[in-house]
Design a protein around this ligand. Structure first.
Ligand SMILES: Cc1cc2nc3c(=O)[nH]c(=O)nc-3n(C[C@H](O)[C@H](O)[C@H](O)COP(=O)(O)OP(=O)(O)OC[C@H]3O[C@@H](n4cnc5c(N)ncnc54)[C@H](O)[C@@H]3O)c2cc1C
Ligand SMILES: *[C@@H]1O[C@H](CO)[C@@H](O)[C@H](O)[C@H]1NC(C)=O
Ligand SMILES: *[C@@H]1O[C@H](CO)[C@@H](O)[C@H](O)[C@H]1NC(C)=O
Ligand SMILES: *[C@H]1O[C@H](CO)[C@@H](O)[C@H](O)[C@H]1NC(C)=O
Length: 479
């Protein structure tokens, strides 16, 4: 199977256009590769991107390729090896492959997930594989493609936004330096400064706590020694999920299986807004006593853990500053609970849509209209994804010994059986399973309709549709 995937995706990259046609019977996208067609904007803008995270880098690449002049302002003094594992779902891997990162995802750092339920099937149905990798490695890949298009300024913390002069908004750095632009993009993550300015200083809606804390652990797999149970976790590519009342754990390999990454979620407090704060390994272990002995063995090996408080906000009414020249993307405007592995995908999709829209600009007066289109195209999808992520929390965390638990477990087993049988069917026929909206409520991952919605969305195609329907007129009438 693995060999097939690799072959398919070499072909996928080479074939370039019509990538999704590789998956027989899947939604066929004929107009892919819009960015790769190399459309350059007629009006070149000076764009300031605040924040050099995954979303900011993706925006620098997408907008830079479209011909705009990009400056990224990043508060951190260095770009380093921070964070832990991250999942790259089909919708995101499709974008990254399109951006020429397929071979690096494959042979450098990415770990194709071939769990029987996902292997082949996702690949076929959604036209792109599922990877797990270290956030720093994904960041490094995006950096390498964005570098030619951007002026990155580290140690540049943005402390204020000014929009008095509507055509020339500016940001002020901690040093007092003022930087002007035609368009400013807030990609400054969950503890966003730009958000305060865009939606109004007083209103910080991120204060809804979920009551959960997340721990992140990365274990070198050479510490697994000869333990057969632990080695089984890493022998085949897979994502393992342990679920129980009010808590769950997700584990998978990264970095050519040299590291095993785990995210553990339980009730608790944790450090708000931080990806780097350390937690107490014993406190973490205490939350999982009596669980699967295999998990206990893993946790016993954890000397260092990262800890953060899980936060979510109500969907913001708007992501656009009233001036129409400043906009938010990624975690700054739609942080995700990590229950459906979509935070990075949503940020990078935002970037694709911005890049594709702004490759069509012919006059500066069109900026507010294109930002409105961006919001209209992205807001419903992102809001639905936030809700699906939150729903997984309810499904995973039901109390033991309740009717709810029984229902969930039965549903999950049925879903698993269904998945396995349709997988076998697919192998037999070499075809996509018939589209089926699963009646199974237990496992959103096994719900064909939900997976289709989540993973078949193509942000460039969404822009193309909008452009054909109304974009052309709006933009032309503003000439
Ligand atoms: C250090 C770090 C580690 C992470 N680790 C993980 C992980 O292990 N697993 C996971 O699922 N997600 C992790 N995330 C979050 C994940 O990257 C995001 O959820 C997702 O990719 C959305 O990306 P984003 O670009 O919107 O925000 P982020 O990736 O969070 O990037 C925001 C960037 O803006 C910078 N910034 C913030 N404020 C300012 C300011 N005022 N001026 C200038 N720059 C500013 C930050 O330093 C950061 O580089 C991490 C984020 C960070 C910053
Ligand atoms: C992939 O691996 C091969 C062999 O190790 C190496 O030569 C090549 O440079 C790698 N490709 C990328 C894009 O990293
Ligand atoms: C969040 O941002 C504020 C303002 O820049 C800063 O004072 C605070 O330390 C940040 N919090 C974290 C956890 O980084
Ligand atoms: C990626 O997954 C998210 C989450 O479901 C979904 O909303 C999005 O449409 C997907 N993107 C693609 C390109 O499939």
């Amino acid at each position: 199977m693995a060999a097939n995937i690799i072959e398919d995706f070499t072909q996928f990259e080479r074939a370039g256009i019509q990538a999704s046609n590789l998956c027989a019977g899947s939604v066929v996208h004929t107009k892919t590769f819009l960015q790769d067609n190399g459309r350059k904007a007629i009006k070149k803008l000076r764009v300031v991107v605040v924040g050099c995270g995954l979303g900011g880098l993706a925006a620098a690449y997408a907008l830079g390729r479209a011909g705009h002049h990009i400056t990224i302002l990043e508060s951190s003094p260095f770009i380093g090896d921070i964070g832990a594992g991250i999942q790259v779902c089909p919708n995101l891997s499709r974008i990254l492959i399109r951006w020429g990162l397929g071979s690096r995802l494959r042979n450098d750092t990415g770990e194709v997930i071939g769990m029987s339920r996902l292997e082949g099937k996702l690949d076929r149905n959604h036209g792109a594989p599922w990877y797990t990798l270290h956030r720093a490695d994904l960041h490094g890949m995006l950096y390498s493609i964005a570098a030619p298009y951007m002026n990155l300024r580290l140690n540049s913390k943005v402390v204020a936004l000014h929009t008095e002069n509507q055509d020339r908004p500016s940001v002020t750095l901690h040093t007092g330096e003022v930087i002007f632009a035609d368009l400013i993009i807030g990609a400054d993550g969950i503890n966003s400064t730009m958000r305060n300015y865009v939606i109004g200083q007083k209103n910080i809606p991120l204060s809804i706590p979920t009551g959960d804390v997340a721990y992140r652990v990365v274990l070198p797999t050479d510490t697994f020694g000869d333990d057969a149970e632990l080695k089984a976790l890493i022998e085949e590519p897979k994502i393992t999920c342990w679920i129980g009342p009010e808590r769950h754990v997700v584990g998978y390999c990264i970095r050519e299986r040299k590291e095993y990454n785990m995210v553990l979620i339980k009730p608790g407090d944790g450090h708000p807004y931080s990806w780097t704060a350390e937690g107490d390994p014993n406190e973490m272990r205490d939350g999982f006593t009596g669980w699967d002995p295999c998990l206990q063995k893993l946790l016993a090996r954890a000397n260092e853990v990262l800890e953060s408080k899980l936060l979510i906000c109500e969907p913001l009414d708007t992501w656009i500053h009233p001036s129409g020249r400043v906009v938010l993307m990624g975690d700054s405007c739609h942080p995700m609970l990590p229950y459906r592995a979509q935070g990075s995908a949503m940020a990078i999709e935002d970037a694709v849509v911005l890049g594709s829209l702004f490759s069509r600009i012919t006059h500066r007066s069109q900026i507010p209209h294109l930002l409105k289109a961006y919001e209209r195209l992205r807001h419903p999808r992102v809001t639905a994804t936030q809700a699906a992520s939150a729903k997984n929390r309810d499904i995973y965390h039901v109390p033991y010994g309740t009717a709810e638990q029984e229902r969930r477990d039965t549903a999950m087993k049925e879903a698993m059986a269904l998945e396995l049988s349709s997988y076998e069917e697919w192998i037999r026929n070499g075809q996509r399973e018939p589209f089926r909206s699963s009646s199974v409520a237990g496992n959103q991952w096994a719900d064909a309709k939900k997976n289709d919605q989540q993973f078949n969305y193509d942000p460039e195609l969404a822009v193309e549709r909008w452009w054909d329907a109304e974009g052309v007129d709006i933009v032309q009438s503003k000439l």
